[in-house]
Design a protein around this ligand. Structure first.
Ligand SMILES: [Zn+2]
Length: 320
């Protein structure tokens, strides 16, 4: 068992949301002032995996049991004064836990490298905080489980920060502001990025592609983050090697996504939801995750003619 907590400074405290906070060791190595307000946070998982986030300088790092330590995780351990031999021991110990799931993940990572699908590591904005009650309530009202590592920030307006990860590394983020003023979102997104690959389980045979980040979070789907799928995104989605089902938003913009899905040869699902249900997240709020997934799989179509027909019905309804 790899116990990261034993490497943390003695002065630390555990928060209700599972973060252990202590003085962040990263900031001074990144040209920032020494943290004295316990702004470093680590969220350990029961299996020994963990993710780290600095609420002072924005540094992020994570560790997944069964995988090699990443560059950023090694750096963090170094800054915590873990001796080099100990870091190597942790790495070896981790690789002993390589599971079938881990091997499948690695195979996938190799395939992705061959196809040069890669994203730069990114940090968060420096002014993020753990979720406050208003932000938690917002997520719960949207039927979003709080186990995703959401953050919160107040500038320029209060909002929930949703980390974009790829292969469990932070590669960007989006902020959903909690007031309903526009813009509702601001994003740090890299070209070709698709949200939600880390929400997929190794054994799953199919993957649901939706537009929005909350749609993806509410059913463990992938989000293309706008009403189109560019070529790089299509490549990434294909690299998962699964049966793809595209579920467009039931609005005018969503119709473009249907055409693109047909062009890519993917299945499309346009469930017959009532007119006040516009997207997957609306459906999950109304009926829950399981029932929503059922409506999606029941309405799954692969025939181009049937998809066109269903689209025409929807367009007619949208225009009346
Ligand atoms: Zn820091």
């Amino acid at each position: 068992m790899i116990d990261v907590i034993s490497f943390l400074p003695g002065k630390r405290k555990q928060t209700a949301s599972g973060w252990i906070s202590f003085n962040a060791p990263c900031c001074v190595h990144r040209g920032d002032t020494q943290d004295k307000r316990s702004r470093g946070g680590i969220k350990p998982n029961t299996d020994g995996s963990w993710s780290y986030h600095c609420f002072n300088c924005g540094y992020t790092a994570s560790f997944v049991l069964g995988r090699n330590l990443t560059f950023k995780a090694r750096k963090l351990l170094e800054w915590l004064n873990v001796p080099v031999e100990e870091i190597e021991r942790i790495n070896l110990e981790s690789l002993k836990h390589r599971s079938i799931e881990g091997l499948l993940g690695e195979r996938q990572a190799i395939l992705q490298q061959l196809q040069t699908i890669a994203f730069e590591d990114r940090d968060f904005p420096a002014d993020t905080q753990p979720l406050n009650d208003a932000a938690k309530e917002y997520l719960q009202n949207r039927s979003i489980a709080l186990d995703y590592p959401f953050l919160y920030k107040t500038m320029p307006r209060p909002g929930v920060v949703i980390p974009f990860t790829y292969d469990n590394q932070v590669v960007g983020h989006t902020t959903r502001f909690l007031d309903d003023r526009t813009p509702r979102y601001i994003q740090d997104i890299q070209p070709g990025y698709v949200f939600g690959t880390d929400l997929q389980k190794a054994m799953w045979q199919s993957v649901i592609v939706v537009e929005g980040v909350f749609d993806a979070l509410s059913i463990n789907g992938l989000a293309v983050l706008h009403a189109e799928i560019n070529d790089a995104q299509a490549r990434l989605i294909r690299s998962l090697g699964r049966d793809v089902v595209v579920v467009p938003d039931q609005d005018e913009a969503g119709m473009k996504l249907i055409d693109r899905a047909v062009e890519l040869g993917w299945a499309v699902s346009i469930p017959e939801w009532p007119s006040d249900i516009k997207d997957v997240n609306d459906a999950v709020i109304r009926w829950g995750k399981l029932a929503t997934l059922l409506t999606i799989f029941q309405a799954r179509e692969t025939s181009k003619i049937k998809i066109e027909l269903r689209k025409k019905q929807l367009v007619k309804r949208l225009r009346t």
